[in-house]
Design a protein around this ligand. Structure first.
Ligand SMILES: Nc1ncnc2c1ncn2[C@@H]1O[C@H](COP(=O)(O)OP(=O)(O)OP(=O)(O)O)[C@@H](O)[C@H]1O
Length: 744
């Protein structure tokens, strides 16, 4: 569409009334401006990295006639001016600029001081106390925030003029303080390494704005580091050099550039020289490229395990048999041969892996082993990778269980574990549950913290999804064949009656699950059911019907979907992904109400009463990745909300809300190690990229009382067939195999 330009340079000043459109990628904005002396709002278009309603803007540019939208001002550059009208000042003050001043307080302040408001704040801040409802404490906070604002301003101006959003600019300022500009100018790629939430893409955008050439060494090295980081986020412990080069070239958009592979190879060598990549020769002569801490962890873990793989401990087997027969009689159980074997091995082996699917008696066997160890006079410590898994371990064993981080006394200030090689735990034995969730680095720290003479029992299910972090530690341990292990296969009668359990085993064997039809073990009620829904929209509708009609009828009077139900999705994206379902379920389970405050942040909407999940470990707040809570209150004035985590009210600044997501629906990956009374599992061909046997298996086994699958049989069949979807690059098994074996 052609535009007619009227003048080349013109000037315009006004108050930003609202933003009609803003593209966060490139800052392109369409906004409406209130200009003195003009009755109608003026439309302004241009590239504004960040502007807020209420700001007074001075703009330079030209007037244009847009064929569809009419006359508009196209701005080439702008400057923020001090607001000059009462509404402007009020909007500016109340826009969230200053903590402690929301729209209501701003109004009161401006009513009191009129056009002099900003001058008063600047020069006689104490006078704010004249405003009804503004006490000394608040004045102090406003003063502090005003000062901070001023020093931030210069940095913000610089960053914003290079396309950085306000949220990122604040984070950059918080991280580097006054050194922010210098750091960004020196190497913008540093941001991606130092600041959570800023990735290579944002850093790269800033670099481009600063004029750093697309094929500069700094950019190539950043691309290589980022490609390696992405690979570790996908679970790999290393990347073969050729794969690293291919991925870096693609990421940098330079795949077609002549000679790029050689240049990337040279830059990779440079990173090796700077100790930013650790290279190791592979059997085929090429190099494996490790992020150095992962190399240290892989080699270190293999070494520590090797030291433990000694001869069996001298144990009086007769006494163990004797104790076991008394114990099982007391408990009214009879151990299966596999279970008996596991207990005997645990008595003698320095380290034992115990695996099995649901209902195969892992818990029963673990309980017997810890009872035996205690009877032998040993002290036993128990831990799991996540808080929820630790809580469950404590419940089923009746003994204290901690998270591995707490067991090893992680110090968040120093970001290190206090229990390590020099200061190991004081114990004779350790039980670790949900081992499939342990990644390489955690496994390494774990074995540094366990004293060499202590016996270790590792319990897990290798068919669950592998750890979120790099490695497939449990599988590698088993595959290496070096660590004594027992795999329980017999499903006990009581458990086998559950279709959740029997279907989990069917899925694991590559067979389609059965839902209350031929052949499936029958129960008065079936605990695992399926609703076929072909269209994604129907899947969403059926989930709503389950929640509003079917489940209330099935579950009876105590049914509380906000507490007992978890929707588990294969992925976040798409109509039947967790993000969209959260919006739908929020409207269904926690609809707007006059007494419920809500807050909109970009595309997200938070409402009091919402079920939320923490997305990263926050040691300051003592809240960890995966913790579930409910929004207790939202305070728009203080710009803070309180989240209720199981009775503990935790304050969140609005600025930290990117750490929280709605949790009506979460991904199956996030749900690892947790269990819920009722699970609804949408499964559709829209989820195709994620569908795999261990994903479906993990999702289904999260349900303790009832599971509902909603979607297509075709998607279930795809998932059941898709084995070991992603191979992870790791060398742990080979390192263990090549380890020198001590005499047995
Ligand atoms: N030797 C046994 N004889 C009879 N029943 C058993 C035996 N071992 C376990 N069970 C029963 O089988 C069921 C499953 O056992 P358990 O909870 O120990 O298995 P699990 O592998 O930990 O299961 P999940 O992974 O589902 O928690 C329980 O009801 C338990 O009482």
């Amino acid at each position: 569409m052609s535009e007619k330009s009227w003048a080349t340079t013109a000037e315009l000043e006004g108050i930003l009334e609202r933003i009609t459109y803003h593209n966060p990628e490139n800052g392109y904005t369409v906004a409406r401006l209130q200009v003195r002396g003009q009755e109608d709002l003026v439309t302004v278009v241009g590239y504004f990295p960040h502007i807020q309603p209420g700001q007074t803007l001075k703009l330079w540019g030209s007037w244009k006639e847009h064929p569809q939208y009419g006359c508009q001002f196209s701005a080439d550059r702008f400057q923020e001016a001090q607001p000059a009208t009462l509404t402007g000042i009020e909007k500016y003050l109340g826009s969230g600029l200053i903590k402690g001043v929301g729209p209501a307080t701003a109004k009161r302040i401006v009513q009191h001081f009129g056009l002099e408001t900003l001058q008063v704040i600047e020069q006689q801040i104490g006078r704010l106390r004249e405003v009804p409802g503004v006490g000394s404490y608040r004045v102090q906070r406003i003063e502090q925030a005003w000062q901070e604002q001023k020093s931030i301003k210069e940095v913000m101006l610089f960053l914003q003029s290079h396309g950085v959003s306000t949220t990122h600019a604040v984070k950059i300022f918080k991280t580097y303080g006054d050194a922010a500009i210098a750091t960004v100018q020196r190497n913008p790629y540093q941001l991606a390494q130092d600041i959570w939430g800023i990735g290579f893409k944002t850093a790269d955008q800033i670099a481009q704005n600063l004029g750093i050439p697309a094929d500069s060494d700094a950019r190539l090295q950043a691309g290589l580091s980022y490609a390696l980081l992405t690979a570790t986020e996908e679970g790999h412990c290393y990347l073969p050099i050729e794969a690293l080069i291919t991925q870096a070239a693609a990421l940098l958009g330079l795949t077609d550039q002549a000679g790029i592979r050689e240049r990337l190879r040279e830059n990779a060598r440079q990173l090796v020289r700077q100790d930013q990549i650790k290279a190791e020769k592979l059997p085929d002569g090429s190099a494996a490229c490790y992020h150095p801490p992962l190399y240290v962890a892989e080699v270190g873990l293999a070494d520590l395990l090797q030291q433990r793989l000694g001869s069996p401990l001298p144990v009086d087997r007769e006494r163990v048999h004797h104790w076991l027969s008394r114990y099982t009689e007391q408990q009214g159980i009879q151990l299966s041969d596999q279970q008996y074997q596991a207990v005997l091995m645990a008595a003698q082996q320095p380290i034992l892996i115990l695996t099995g699917g649901p209902g195969t008696g892992k818990t029963t066997t673990t309980r017997t082993i810890t009872a035996l160890w205690r009877a032998m006079g040993k002290t036993v410590l128990q831990a799991s990778p996540t808080g929820r898994a630790a809580q469950r371990l404590a419940e089923v064993t009746g003994q204290e269980a901690k998270t591995i981080h707490r067991l090893l006394e992680f110090d968040p200030r120093l970001m290190r574990f206090k229990r390590d090689l020099d200061n190991p735990l004081v114990t004779d034995a350790v039980v670790i549950d949900e081992v499939s969730m342990i990644d390489l680095v955690l496994a390494y720290h774990l074995f540094k913290g366990i004293p060499p003479q202590a016996q270790v029992l590792l319990v897990g299910d290798p068919d669950q999804l592998p750890s979120v972090g790099p490695g497939q530690v449990l599988r590698d341990w088993i595959v290496s064949g070096r660590i004594p292990s027992v795999h329980l296969t017999q499903v006990f009668r009581q458990a086998a009656q559950s279709q959740i359990v029997s279907n989990a085993h069917r899925i694991n064997q590559g067979r389609m699950p059965q839902f209350g039809r031929d052949g499936a073990p029958r129960r008065a009620e079936h605990d695992c059911q399926f609703v076929e829904a072909i269209e994604p929209e129907t899947v969403v509708q059926q989930i709503q019907t389950l929640i509003t009609e079917t489940l209330p009828a099935q579950m009876g009077a105590d049914w509380d979907p906000l507490e007992q139900l978890q929707v588990l999705c294969p992925m976040n994206r798409g109509l039947v992904g967790a993000n969209h379902l959260n919006t739908v379920l929020q409207a269904l389970l926690n609809p707007p109400q006059p007494n419920r405050t809500q807050l909109e942040r970009g595309k997200r909407l938070y409402r009091e009463g919402d079920r939320v999940i923490q997305l990263r470990n926050n040691y300051d707040l003592g809240i960890f990745n995966g913790d579930l809570g409910r929004i207790g209150s939202i305070d728009l004035e203080e710009q803070q909300m309180h989240i209720d985590f199981g009775g503990r009210l935790v304050p969140y600044d609005f600025a930290d809300l990117n750490e929280l997501a709605l949790a009506y629906a979460i991904t199956i990956h996030r749900a690892q190690g947790s269990e819920y009374p009722v699970v609804i599992l949408p499964i559709h061909t829209q989820h195709f990229p994620m569908l795999s046997r261990n994903l479906l298996y993990t999702g289904l086994t999260r349900a303790k009382q009832r599971a509902w699958l909603v979607g297509t049989s075709k998607a279930i069949a795809i998932a059941v067939r898709q084995v070991n979807a992603q191979r992870r690059y790791t060398h742990l098994a080979q390192r263990l195999q090549s380890a020198r074996l001590l005499p047995q």
